[in-house]
Design a protein around this ligand. Structure first.
Ligand SMILES: C[S@@+](CC[C@H](N)C(=O)[O-])C[C@H]1O[C@@H](n2cnc3c(N)ncnc32)[C@H](O)[C@@H]1O
Length: 387
């Protein structure tokens, strides 16, 4: 098949998968490429980047030409580059839904365009996995591969990738699980739990285990974790990942259950609730999120989160950490409002942004933003449990 035909075919299938099956761009690309894409890594990578860009631009393209119907026509129009976004309203130019743009504008004011444009960019952080190798060795390996990086000033085991000559997933330390792609905001969540040897920690929404594994790394594999998740399939992925990352599985008890009503015999001093959410803060990871996000989806998750947080504060004897990769106040400040009278909120990181001014305790909770912190958009609340 000629290259231009193949490109249209693969990109059309990616759009089909994202729009009809609501899968992430990564899953859509894998399905679309199967049996079609060239073996050449470089060629495949080029196609992958095009797929990400196309999905990210999808709402913009429809603003420019709302009459486009078939996937093939959308792809060909997008590829033609014979169109301009100069006169579009800002939500179209940045390729977001109007309600989402207006809602964020009401929350962050004139920073909204900078924020949304940074959310369209993919950034890479790596966590050095000290359970498997010393930091210096991994940093040396990254240098040998030509990676330009900066060690983070807040978390010395986190590295910001400024330039990588090859896709991050193909770097040797990543393939050997001594460096793990993980956002700095995600590391900030686990660090706020201050995991220590001897802790007994409940991780209420644990799969696929990125945060559980960091808990164990910071506790030098000497904490005990009960890792609950409602999805058995995702828990299997979790067991697999924890093994590869060098976590002592004899100290992690995996439980397939609904954390809203699971009966647990153990007493926990710390609880992590990295709640299921709309993913609205993770646009940079999966631009398809921009297309599928709706106010009712946000409301749906907000209700689950409120049930879960009520349970979380009852389970912990000293500390509860709540996080979501959502940029919506319904999944952050408004969830914490349901328990704030029963806990003491602690603003753990002075370098984070405060919460939105939709609650009176906004300066006691934390937000991370791509344009300010080079992270995904995350919400974080640290709660000391007093009685
Ligand atoms: C944001 S993900 C967790 C990511 C994980 N903490 C990590 O860092 O790898 C949310 C998880 O919550 C799980 N979940 C959804 N509803 C749940 C519930 N009621 N009880 C327990 N887990 C739930 C989902 O299956 C999903 O794996």
């Amino acid at each position: 098949m000629r290259r231009d035909k193949l490109v249209v075919k693969v990109l059309s299938s990616v759009l089909y998968e994202v729009l009809n099956h609501k899968v992430s761009v990564d899953v859509a690309f894998k399905r679309a490429c199967k049996g079609k894409c060239a073996d050449s890594l470089e060629e495949r990578e080029k196609l992958y980047n095009m797929a990400r860009e196309l999905v990210s631009d999808y709402l913009k393209v429809l603003c420019v030409n709302p009459k486009l119907r078939s996937y093939g026509k959308i792809v060909r129009f997008w590829l033609s580059k014979q169109w301009s976004d100069a006169n579009l309203p800002p939500w179209c130019r940045l390729s977001y839904q109007r309600w989402f743009y207006e809602k964020l504008a009401s929350l962050v004011g004139n920073e909204v365009e900078e924020l949304l444009s940074e959310m369209n960019r993919r950034r890479w952080w790596l966590r050095i996995n000290t359970l498997k190798a010393p930091e210096e060795k991994v940093l040396r390996q990254l240098e040998e591969e030509g990676v330009e990086y900066e060690v983070d000033k807040h978390f010395p085991y986190m590295v910001f990738v400024k330039h990588s000559p090859k896709p991050v997933r193909l770097l040797k330390p990543v393939k050997e699980f001594t460096a793990i792609p993980q956002d700095k905001a995600s590391a900030a969540v686990v660090n706020a739990l201050n995991p220590e040897p001897g802790d007994v920690i409940l991780d209420m929404a644990a799969a696929p285990g990125m945060k559980t594994s960091l808990i164990m790394m910071l506790a030098e594999n000497r904490a005990r974790v009960v890792a609950v998740d409602i999805s058995y399939r995702r828990l299997l992925m979790c067991a697999n990942l924890l093994t590869k990352l060098g976590v002592d599985l004899s100290r992690v008890h995996l439980v397939a259950a609904d954390s809203r009503d699971v009966f647990l015999r153990s007493a926990f001093n710390k609880v992590l609730l990295d709640a299921p959410c709309s993913n609205s803060g993770a646009v940079s990871k999966d631009p398809g999120v921009k297309i599928h996000l709706t106010p009712s989806k946000v409301k749906h998750y907000s209700e689950i989160q409120k049930d879960l947080i009520g349970r979380a504060v009852k389970q912990a004897s000293s500390l509860v950490v709540y996080s979501t990769c959502s940029i919506m106040p319904e999944e952050g400040e408004e969830v914490i409002a349901t328990v704030c009278d029963a806990v003491k909120l602690v603003r753990k990181y002075s370098w984070s942004s405060p919460g939105y001014r939709v609650v009176d305790f906004h300066d006691k909770v934390m937000r991370f933003f791509p344009h300010r912190h080079l992270t995904e958009a995350f919400f974080l609340a640290v709660m000391e449990v007093t009685g």
